[in-house]
Design a protein around this ligand. Sequence first.
Ligand code: ARG
Length: 457
Amino acid sequence: MALWGGRFSTGPDEAFKQFNDSLPFDYQLAEQDIIGSVAWAGALKQVNVLNQQEYDDLVAALNKLLDEVKANPQAVAVAGHEDIHSYVESALIDKVGDLAKKLHTGRSRNDQVATDFRLWCRDTAEHILEAIAELKGEFIALAERELGTILPGYTHLQRAQPVLFSHWCMAYVEMLERDESRLSDAKNRMNYCPLGSGALAGTAYPIDRQTLAEGLGFTGATRNSLDAVSDRDFVVELLSCASISMIHLSRMAEDLIFYNSGEAGFIELSDGVTSGSSLMPQKKNPDALELIRGKTGRVFGAFSAMMMTLKALPLAYNKDMQEDKEGLFDAMPTWLACIHMAQACIKGIKVNADKTLAAAKGGHSNATELADYLVAKGIPFREGHHIVGTLVQMAIAQGNNLEDLSLEQFKSVHSIFESDVYPVLEIDACIKARQAQGGTSLEQVTSAIKYAKKNSK
Ligand code: ARG
Protein backbone atom coordinates (compact mmCIF):
# COMPACT_ATOMS: atom_id res chain seq x y z
CA MET A 1 0.00 0.00 0.00
CA ALA A 2 1.38 3.43 -0.93
CA LEU A 3 1.24 6.24 1.61
CA TRP A 4 -0.26 8.68 -0.87
CA GLY A 5 -2.93 6.97 -3.04
CA GLY A 6 -5.82 9.40 -2.39
CA ARG A 7 -4.98 12.00 -5.01
CA PHE A 8 -4.36 9.46 -7.78
CA SER A 9 -6.83 7.61 -9.96
CA THR A 10 -4.43 4.93 -11.15
CA GLY A 11 -1.43 3.26 -9.55
CA PRO A 12 2.16 3.74 -10.73
CA ASP A 13 3.47 1.99 -13.84
CA GLU A 14 5.45 -1.09 -12.95
CA ALA A 15 8.59 0.37 -14.51
CA PHE A 16 8.18 3.61 -12.57
CA LYS A 17 7.53 1.75 -9.35
CA GLN A 18 10.76 -0.18 -9.77
CA PHE A 19 12.60 3.00 -10.62
CA ASN A 20 11.18 4.93 -7.68
CA ASP A 21 11.13 2.37 -4.89
CA SER A 22 13.94 2.59 -2.36
CA LEU A 23 12.95 -0.37 -0.15
CA PRO A 24 15.39 -2.72 -1.91
CA PHE A 25 18.20 -0.68 -0.32
CA ASP A 26 16.71 1.50 2.42
CA TYR A 27 15.46 -1.63 4.22
CA GLN A 28 18.82 -1.20 5.94
CA LEU A 29 17.24 1.67 7.86
CA ALA A 30 14.51 -0.56 9.32
CA GLU A 31 15.84 -0.51 12.88
CA GLN A 32 16.43 3.23 12.83
CA ASP A 33 12.98 3.87 11.35
CA ILE A 34 11.32 1.87 14.10
CA ILE A 35 13.38 3.43 16.89
CA GLY A 36 12.60 6.88 15.46
CA SER A 37 8.93 5.95 15.32
CA VAL A 38 8.92 4.92 18.98
CA ALA A 39 10.38 8.32 19.84
CA TRP A 40 7.83 10.06 17.63
CA ALA A 41 4.99 8.19 19.36
CA GLY A 42 6.34 9.64 22.62
CA ALA A 43 6.24 13.13 21.13
CA LEU A 44 2.64 12.59 19.98
CA LYS A 45 1.69 11.47 23.47
CA GLN A 46 3.31 14.60 24.86
CA VAL A 47 1.00 16.75 22.67
CA ASN A 48 -2.04 14.54 23.42
CA VAL A 49 -2.45 13.19 19.89
CA LEU A 50 -2.04 9.75 21.45
CA ASN A 51 -3.41 8.75 24.85
CA GLN A 52 -1.41 6.52 27.16
CA GLN A 53 -3.13 3.32 26.00
CA GLU A 54 -2.64 4.14 22.33
CA TYR A 55 0.99 4.98 22.98
CA ASP A 56 1.56 1.73 24.86
CA ASP A 57 -0.09 -0.33 22.11
CA LEU A 58 1.89 1.38 19.37
CA VAL A 59 5.20 1.03 21.18
CA ALA A 60 4.56 -2.66 21.94
CA ALA A 61 3.78 -3.28 18.26
CA LEU A 62 6.83 -1.31 17.13
CA ASN A 63 9.07 -3.28 19.47
CA LYS A 64 7.65 -6.52 18.16
CA LEU A 65 8.29 -5.33 14.63
CA LEU A 66 11.83 -4.43 15.64
CA ASP A 67 12.46 -8.02 16.72
CA GLU A 68 11.00 -9.29 13.46
CA VAL A 69 13.10 -7.07 11.20
CA LYS A 70 16.24 -7.86 13.20
CA ALA A 71 15.54 -11.56 12.80
CA ASN A 72 15.08 -11.31 9.05
CA PRO A 73 16.16 -8.01 7.47
CA GLN A 74 16.25 -9.51 3.97
CA ALA A 75 12.52 -10.20 4.11
CA VAL A 76 11.94 -6.45 4.44
CA ALA A 77 13.99 -5.75 1.31
CA VAL A 78 11.67 -7.78 -0.90
CA ALA A 79 8.36 -6.82 0.71
CA GLY A 80 7.43 -4.64 -2.30
CA HIS A 81 6.69 -1.37 -0.51
CA GLU A 82 7.86 1.99 -1.78
CA ASP A 83 10.33 2.62 1.00
CA ILE A 84 11.17 1.67 4.55
CA HIS A 85 8.77 4.25 5.97
CA SER A 86 5.86 2.79 3.98
CA TYR A 87 6.92 -0.69 5.03
CA VAL A 88 6.98 0.13 8.75
CA GLU A 89 3.63 1.89 8.61
CA SER A 90 1.99 -0.94 6.74
CA ALA A 91 3.49 -3.61 9.02
CA LEU A 92 2.17 -1.62 11.96
CA ILE A 93 -1.32 -1.45 10.45
CA ASP A 94 -1.20 -5.25 10.18
CA LYS A 95 -0.50 -5.38 13.91
CA VAL A 96 -2.70 -2.66 15.45
CA GLY A 97 -5.06 -1.63 12.66
CA ASP A 98 -6.26 1.98 12.42
CA LEU A 99 -4.26 3.10 15.45
CA ALA A 100 -1.12 2.78 13.32
CA LYS A 101 -2.51 5.42 10.97
CA LYS A 102 -2.18 8.05 13.72
CA LEU A 103 1.59 7.68 13.95
CA HIS A 104 2.37 9.84 10.93
CA THR A 105 0.59 12.86 12.46
CA GLY A 106 2.81 15.95 12.22
CA ARG A 107 5.64 13.97 10.67
CA SER A 108 6.88 13.74 7.08
CA ARG A 109 9.03 11.16 5.42
CA ASN A 110 11.40 14.05 4.83
CA ASP A 111 12.27 14.61 8.49
CA GLN A 112 11.88 10.89 9.10
CA VAL A 113 14.44 9.77 6.52
CA ALA A 114 16.87 12.50 7.56
CA THR A 115 16.62 11.24 11.15
CA ASP A 116 16.88 7.54 10.28
CA PHE A 117 19.88 8.17 8.11
CA ARG A 118 21.69 10.22 10.73
CA LEU A 119 21.12 7.46 13.26
CA TRP A 120 22.53 4.91 10.82
CA CYS A 121 25.55 7.09 10.08
CA ARG A 122 26.22 7.68 13.75
CA ASP A 123 26.16 3.93 14.54
CA THR A 124 28.35 3.19 11.56
CA ALA A 125 30.85 5.89 12.50
CA GLU A 126 31.13 4.29 15.94
CA HIS A 127 31.92 0.87 14.45
CA ILE A 128 34.51 2.35 12.17
CA LEU A 129 36.14 4.28 15.01
CA GLU A 130 36.54 1.00 16.90
CA ALA A 131 38.08 -0.68 13.86
CA ILE A 132 40.53 2.18 13.29
CA ALA A 133 41.60 1.98 16.95
CA GLU A 134 42.29 -1.74 16.52
CA LEU A 135 44.29 -1.19 13.35
CA LYS A 136 46.31 1.48 15.10
CA GLY A 137 47.00 -1.00 17.90
CA GLU A 138 48.24 -3.53 15.35
CA PHE A 139 50.67 -1.02 13.81
CA ILE A 140 51.93 -0.11 17.28
CA ALA A 141 52.44 -3.80 18.12
CA LEU A 142 54.40 -4.30 14.89
CA ALA A 143 56.47 -1.19 15.63
CA GLU A 144 57.34 -2.62 19.04
CA ARG A 145 58.08 -6.06 17.62
CA GLU A 146 60.46 -4.69 14.98
CA LEU A 147 62.10 -1.98 17.05
CA GLY A 148 65.66 -1.74 15.75
CA THR A 149 64.96 -3.12 12.26
CA ILE A 150 66.39 -0.80 9.65
CA LEU A 151 64.54 -0.10 6.42
CA PRO A 152 65.59 1.91 3.40
CA GLY A 153 63.48 5.06 3.25
CA TYR A 154 62.53 6.16 -0.26
CA THR A 155 61.74 9.32 -2.12
CA HIS A 156 60.83 8.99 -5.81
CA LEU A 157 61.11 5.25 -5.11
CA GLN A 158 64.88 5.81 -4.94
CA ARG A 159 66.65 4.80 -1.76
CA ALA A 160 67.02 8.08 0.12
CA GLN A 161 67.91 7.66 3.80
CA PRO A 162 67.65 4.72 6.18
CA VAL A 163 64.79 4.77 8.70
CA LEU A 164 63.63 2.42 11.40
CA PHE A 165 60.96 0.00 10.21
CA SER A 166 59.02 1.10 13.29
CA HIS A 167 59.16 4.68 12.04
CA TRP A 168 57.33 3.50 8.94
CA CYS A 169 54.71 1.82 11.17
CA MET A 170 54.25 4.94 13.23
CA ALA A 171 53.75 7.08 10.12
CA TYR A 172 50.57 5.10 9.46
CA VAL A 173 49.54 5.49 13.10
CA GLU A 174 49.69 9.26 12.54
CA MET A 175 47.43 8.96 9.50
CA LEU A 176 45.00 6.75 11.38
CA GLU A 177 44.89 9.21 14.24
CA ARG A 178 43.88 11.96 11.84
CA ASP A 179 41.28 9.62 10.32
CA GLU A 180 39.90 9.03 13.80
CA SER A 181 39.80 12.66 14.68
CA ARG A 182 38.13 13.62 11.40
CA LEU A 183 35.52 10.92 11.81
CA SER A 184 34.72 11.78 15.38
CA ASP A 185 34.34 15.46 14.41
CA ALA A 186 31.95 14.43 11.65
CA LYS A 187 30.06 12.25 14.10
CA ASN A 188 29.67 15.10 16.56
CA ARG A 189 28.50 17.46 13.84
CA MET A 190 25.90 15.04 12.48
CA ASN A 191 24.45 14.32 15.90
CA TYR A 192 21.49 16.73 15.70
CA CYS A 193 17.97 15.53 15.25
CA PRO A 194 15.83 16.66 12.29
CA LEU A 195 12.67 14.93 13.59
CA GLY A 196 9.94 17.50 14.12
CA SER A 197 10.97 19.54 11.07
CA GLY A 198 7.98 18.15 9.14
CA ALA A 199 8.08 18.20 5.35
CA LEU A 200 10.06 21.46 5.26
CA ALA A 201 8.31 24.15 7.31
CA GLY A 202 8.35 22.59 10.77
CA THR A 203 5.64 20.64 12.54
CA ALA A 204 2.38 22.28 13.58
CA TYR A 205 2.30 20.38 16.88
CA PRO A 206 3.96 21.90 19.96
CA ILE A 207 6.45 19.07 20.27
CA ASP A 208 9.38 19.42 22.67
CA ARG A 209 12.01 18.71 20.04
CA GLN A 210 14.92 18.94 22.46
CA THR A 211 13.55 16.12 24.61
CA LEU A 212 12.70 14.13 21.48
CA ALA A 213 16.27 14.58 20.22
CA GLU A 214 17.88 13.61 23.49
CA GLY A 215 15.71 10.51 23.75
CA LEU A 216 17.29 9.34 20.49
CA GLY A 217 20.79 10.02 21.78
CA PHE A 218 21.27 13.22 19.78
CA THR A 219 23.10 16.22 21.23
CA GLY A 220 20.14 18.41 20.37
CA ALA A 221 17.51 19.27 17.78
CA THR A 222 18.36 20.90 14.43
CA ARG A 223 17.62 24.62 14.35
CA ASN A 224 16.14 25.25 10.89
CA SER A 225 13.51 22.98 9.37
CA LEU A 226 14.36 23.84 5.75
CA ASP A 227 18.00 23.00 6.33
CA ALA A 228 17.22 19.97 8.47
CA VAL A 229 15.34 18.13 5.72
CA SER A 230 17.76 19.19 2.96
CA ASP A 231 21.06 18.71 4.69
CA ARG A 232 23.15 15.75 3.62
CA ASP A 233 26.47 17.22 4.72
CA PHE A 234 26.78 14.34 7.13
CA VAL A 235 26.79 11.91 4.20
CA VAL A 236 29.34 13.98 2.32
CA GLU A 237 31.52 14.25 5.42
CA LEU A 238 31.40 10.53 6.11
CA LEU A 239 32.31 9.76 2.51
CA SER A 240 35.07 12.31 2.64
CA CYS A 241 36.44 10.77 5.86
CA ALA A 242 36.20 7.37 4.18
CA SER A 243 37.96 8.56 1.02
CA ILE A 244 40.85 10.16 2.89
CA SER A 245 41.24 7.11 5.09
CA MET A 246 41.14 4.82 2.05
CA ILE A 247 43.87 6.93 0.45
CA HIS A 248 45.98 6.18 3.53
CA LEU A 249 45.16 2.49 3.35
CA SER A 250 45.97 2.42 -0.36
CA ARG A 251 49.40 3.94 0.30
CA MET A 252 50.01 1.38 3.02
CA ALA A 253 48.92 -1.34 0.61
CA GLU A 254 51.24 -0.05 -2.09
CA ASP A 255 54.23 0.16 0.27
CA LEU A 256 53.63 -3.38 1.44
CA ILE A 257 53.07 -4.77 -2.04
CA PHE A 258 56.46 -3.38 -2.98
CA TYR A 259 58.15 -4.60 0.24
CA ASN A 260 56.64 -8.04 -0.41
CA SER A 261 57.82 -8.20 -4.02
CA GLY A 262 60.48 -10.71 -5.00
CA GLU A 263 62.72 -7.78 -5.95
CA ALA A 264 62.58 -6.18 -2.49
CA GLY A 265 61.94 -9.23 -0.32
CA PHE A 266 61.65 -7.02 2.77
CA ILE A 267 58.57 -8.71 4.19
CA GLU A 268 56.55 -11.83 3.79
CA LEU A 269 52.77 -11.63 4.05
CA SER A 270 51.02 -14.44 5.84
CA ASP A 271 49.38 -17.23 3.85
CA GLY A 272 46.08 -16.11 5.33
CA VAL A 273 45.94 -12.89 3.32
CA THR A 274 47.49 -14.04 0.06
CA SER A 275 46.36 -16.28 -2.75
CA GLY A 276 47.87 -18.47 -5.39
CA SER A 277 47.84 -18.46 -9.15
CA SER A 278 45.79 -21.01 -11.08
CA LEU A 279 48.66 -21.40 -13.56
CA MET A 280 51.92 -20.57 -11.83
CA PRO A 281 52.44 -22.81 -8.80
CA GLN A 282 55.19 -20.66 -7.30
CA LYS A 283 53.05 -17.55 -6.89
CA LYS A 284 51.79 -16.04 -3.65
CA ASN A 285 49.93 -12.90 -4.52
CA PRO A 286 49.17 -9.97 -2.19
CA ASP A 287 45.48 -9.97 -3.13
CA ALA A 288 44.22 -8.49 0.15
CA LEU A 289 46.45 -5.46 -0.30
CA GLU A 290 45.64 -5.11 -3.98
CA LEU A 291 41.95 -5.15 -3.18
CA ILE A 292 42.38 -2.47 -0.52
CA ARG A 293 44.20 -0.39 -3.12
CA GLY A 294 41.51 -1.13 -5.70
CA LYS A 295 38.54 -0.44 -3.47
CA THR A 296 39.85 3.06 -2.77
CA GLY A 297 38.51 4.11 -6.16
CA ARG A 298 35.10 2.71 -5.37
CA VAL A 299 34.83 4.61 -2.08
CA PHE A 300 35.96 7.86 -3.63
CA GLY A 301 33.47 7.23 -6.45
CA ALA A 302 30.65 7.26 -3.88
CA PHE A 303 31.98 10.53 -2.48
CA SER A 304 32.13 12.28 -5.83
CA ALA A 305 28.71 10.90 -6.81
CA MET A 306 27.18 12.35 -3.64
CA MET A 307 28.77 15.74 -4.26
CA MET A 308 27.35 15.81 -7.78
CA THR A 309 23.91 14.72 -6.62
CA LEU A 310 23.71 17.59 -4.15
CA LYS A 311 25.11 20.27 -6.41
CA ALA A 312 22.56 23.03 -7.07
CA LEU A 313 19.63 21.11 -5.57
CA PRO A 314 16.95 23.58 -4.60
CA LEU A 315 15.80 23.63 -0.99
CA ALA A 316 14.19 21.59 0.45
CA TYR A 317 13.59 17.86 -0.21
CA ASN A 318 13.92 16.58 -3.77
CA LYS A 319 13.78 12.98 -4.82
CA ASP A 320 17.35 13.26 -6.07
CA MET A 321 18.22 12.95 -2.41
CA GLN A 322 17.14 9.34 -2.33
CA GLU A 323 20.40 8.77 -4.22
CA ASP A 324 22.24 9.51 -0.97
CA LYS A 325 21.96 5.93 0.24
CA GLU A 326 23.32 3.30 -2.09
CA GLY A 327 26.78 4.87 -2.37
CA LEU A 328 27.09 5.21 1.39
CA PHE A 329 25.65 1.75 2.04
CA ASP A 330 28.35 0.41 -0.23
CA ALA A 331 31.21 2.66 0.84
CA MET A 332 30.92 2.24 4.61
CA PRO A 333 31.09 -1.57 4.75
CA THR A 334 33.82 -1.44 2.10
CA TRP A 335 35.85 0.96 4.26
CA LEU A 336 35.27 -1.16 7.34
CA ALA A 337 36.27 -4.36 5.53
CA CYS A 338 39.46 -2.68 4.27
CA ILE A 339 40.39 -1.58 7.80
CA HIS A 340 39.85 -5.13 9.07
CA MET A 341 41.83 -6.59 6.18
CA ALA A 342 44.66 -4.11 6.70
CA GLN A 343 44.79 -5.25 10.29
CA ALA A 344 45.00 -8.90 9.26
CA CYS A 345 47.86 -8.07 6.88
CA ILE A 346 49.82 -6.08 9.47
CA LYS A 347 49.32 -8.76 12.10
CA GLY A 348 50.83 -11.52 9.96
CA ILE A 349 53.81 -9.66 8.51
CA LYS A 350 57.21 -11.31 8.78
CA VAL A 351 60.00 -8.80 8.30
CA ASN A 352 63.25 -9.95 6.77
CA ALA A 353 65.58 -7.67 8.74
CA ASP A 354 68.72 -8.86 6.94
CA LYS A 355 67.28 -7.89 3.59
CA THR A 356 65.98 -4.51 4.74
CA LEU A 357 69.36 -3.76 6.33
CA ALA A 358 71.30 -4.79 3.23
CA ALA A 359 69.05 -2.66 1.05
CA ALA A 360 69.34 0.28 3.44
CA LYS A 361 73.12 0.02 3.28
CA GLY A 362 73.09 0.12 -0.52
CA GLY A 363 71.97 2.98 -2.69
CA HIS A 364 74.39 5.45 -1.04
CA SER A 365 71.72 6.40 1.42
CA ASN A 366 74.39 7.67 3.84
CA ALA A 367 75.42 10.42 1.42
CA THR A 368 73.59 13.09 3.43
CA GLU A 369 75.66 12.05 6.46
CA LEU A 370 78.80 12.70 4.51
CA ALA A 371 77.63 16.20 3.54
CA ASP A 372 76.80 16.87 7.22
CA TYR A 373 80.31 15.66 8.13
CA LEU A 374 81.77 18.30 5.83
CA VAL A 375 79.45 20.96 7.27
CA ALA A 376 80.76 20.06 10.74
CA LYS A 377 84.27 20.71 9.39
CA GLY A 378 83.26 24.19 8.26
CA ILE A 379 82.45 23.56 4.59
CA PRO A 380 79.22 25.24 3.40
CA PHE A 381 76.48 22.65 2.79
CA ARG A 382 76.11 23.41 -0.91
CA GLU A 383 79.81 22.87 -1.51
CA GLY A 384 79.76 19.72 0.65
CA HIS A 385 76.82 18.46 -1.42
CA HIS A 386 78.92 18.80 -4.57
CA ILE A 387 81.96 17.08 -3.04
CA VAL A 388 79.81 14.14 -1.92
CA GLY A 389 78.25 13.91 -5.37
CA THR A 390 81.72 13.41 -6.80
CA LEU A 391 82.44 10.69 -4.21
CA VAL A 392 79.14 8.95 -5.01
CA GLN A 393 80.19 8.88 -8.65
CA MET A 394 83.50 7.29 -7.65
CA ALA A 395 81.74 4.68 -5.53
CA ILE A 396 79.32 3.86 -8.35
CA ALA A 397 82.23 3.53 -10.79
CA GLN A 398 83.89 0.91 -8.59
CA GLY A 399 80.56 -0.75 -7.72
CA ASN A 400 80.85 0.01 -4.02
CA ASN A 401 79.32 1.93 -1.16
CA LEU A 402 80.70 5.22 0.13
CA GLU A 403 82.18 3.58 3.20
CA ASP A 404 84.23 1.28 0.92
CA LEU A 405 86.25 4.17 -0.56
CA SER A 406 89.79 4.45 0.79
CA LEU A 407 90.91 7.49 2.75
CA GLU A 408 93.17 8.37 -0.21
CA GLN A 409 90.15 8.41 -2.47
CA PHE A 410 88.29 10.68 -0.03
CA LYS A 411 91.33 12.94 0.17
CA SER A 412 91.66 13.03 -3.60
CA VAL A 413 88.36 14.91 -3.68
CA HIS A 414 89.01 17.10 -0.61
CA SER A 415 91.93 17.21 1.79
CA ILE A 416 89.69 17.83 4.79
CA PHE A 417 88.65 14.16 5.01
CA GLU A 418 90.18 12.16 7.88
CA SER A 419 89.65 8.61 9.13
CA ASP A 420 86.90 9.95 11.42
CA VAL A 421 84.72 9.88 8.31
CA TYR A 422 84.11 6.13 8.60
CA PRO A 423 82.06 5.99 11.82
CA VAL A 424 79.84 8.75 10.39
CA LEU A 425 79.02 6.51 7.45
CA GLU A 426 77.82 3.61 9.57
CA ILE A 427 74.14 2.99 9.18
CA ASP A 428 73.44 3.15 12.91
CA ALA A 429 75.00 6.60 12.96
CA CYS A 430 72.59 7.72 10.22
CA ILE A 431 69.64 6.64 12.32
CA LYS A 432 71.05 7.92 15.59
CA ALA A 433 71.60 11.39 14.19
CA ARG A 434 67.84 11.96 13.65
CA GLN A 435 67.22 13.06 17.22
CA ALA A 436 65.02 16.09 16.65
CA GLN A 437 61.31 15.63 17.28
CA GLY A 438 59.66 13.42 14.67
CA GLY A 439 62.94 11.90 13.46
CA THR A 440 63.80 8.25 13.04
CA SER A 441 66.24 7.81 15.96
CA LEU A 442 65.41 5.02 18.36
CA GLU A 443 64.63 7.54 21.11
CA GLN A 444 62.20 9.47 18.92
CA VAL A 445 60.45 6.37 17.63
CA THR A 446 60.20 4.93 21.14
CA SER A 447 58.63 8.12 22.38
CA ALA A 448 56.23 8.17 19.39
CA ILE A 449 55.13 4.65 20.36
CA LYS A 450 54.67 5.72 23.96
CA TYR A 451 52.66 8.75 22.92
CA ALA A 452 50.44 6.72 20.60
CA LYS A 453 49.79 4.14 23.29
CA LYS A 454 48.87 6.78 25.81
CA ASN A 455 46.65 8.49 23.21
CA SER A 456 44.81 5.27 22.41
CA LYS A 457 43.62 4.69 25.95
N1 ARG B 1 12.65 7.12 0.15
C1 ARG B 1 12.79 8.52 0.34
C2 ARG B 1 14.27 8.89 0.43
O1 ARG B 1 15.02 8.04 0.71
C3 ARG B 1 12.13 8.96 1.59
C4 ARG B 1 11.67 10.37 1.58
C5 ARG B 1 10.54 10.50 0.65
N2 ARG B 1 9.94 11.77 0.71
C6 ARG B 1 9.14 12.20 -0.24
N3 ARG B 1 8.62 13.35 -0.09
N4 ARG B 1 8.89 11.49 -1.28
O2 ARG B 1 14.69 10.00 0.23
